[in-house]
Unconditional design. Structure first.
Ligand code: AMP
Length: 188
């Protein structure tokens, strides 16, 4: 299996690059943000609870996203591999993911970190908000809150994988195709 994490702040281009990676490597895409938005659309209890936090730009509890990932891994035992997008976002989630993958005799091969400045992220997300229909992309304060959550709670996850020699930084500003080439080089 090829298991990789596409890491980076909101607006770094994880969704765009995920699509290209999946097409090339036939991986299953696991985006906790997409899974949560689907729960909201279906009006589930989990979705309703998550929405309150997402609408404030805050992270949902670790147990919720870990449970969703656990289910998806179980459902896709025959997969060629997984691309984790927007997960893990805390060290606790990273530890849980390691434990889950180990129980399947698997592991993360590489974490690719898309690096983009805060000002560029803000501009991109405000622009995306014009068409994405995502309420959390349409308000500058909320976008800043999400970037702040990322900087305080999520950046330590990069150190977690760095300490395992699995972190590769990729410049996230530039042509989509050039960024993709840097990613494929990192996958090796
Ligand atoms: P995203 O689509 O990845 O930008 O996620 C949108 C929102 O969903 C985030 O601002 C969080 O509120 C929530 N979320 C998504 N993934 C996670 C995660 N791994 N841990 C906690 N909250 C998450």
């Amino acid at each position: 299996m090829l298991n990789l994490i596409l890491f980076g702040p909101p607006g770094a281009g994880k969704g765009t690059q995920s699509e290209k990676i999946i097409a090339q490597y036939q991986l299953i895409h696991l985006s906790t943000g997409d899974l949560l938005r689907s729960e909201i659309q279906q009006g589930t209890d989990l979705g309703l609870k998550a929405k309150t936090l997402m609408d404030q730009g805050l992270l949902v509890p670790d147990e919720v996203v870990i449970g969703m990932i656990e289910n998806k891994l179980k459902e896709n035992r025959q997969a060629a591999g997984f691309i984790f997008d927007g997960f893990p976002r805390t060290v606790k989630q990273a530890e849980a993911l390691d434990t889950l993958l180990t129980s399947y005799g698997e592991s993360i091969q590489v974490m690719i970190g898309l690096e983009v400045t805060d000002e560029e992220l803000l501009a991109r997300l405000l622009n995306r908000g014009k068409t994405s229909g995502r309420p959390d992309d349409q308000n500058e304060d909320l976008i800043r809150k999400r970037i702040q959550e990322y900087n305080s709670k999520t950046t330590p996850v990069a150190d977690y994988y760095r300490s395992q020699d699995k972190y590769v930084a990729v410049q996230g500003i530039g042509e989509i195709q050039e960024i993709f080439q840097a990613i494929t080089a990192a996958i090796g």
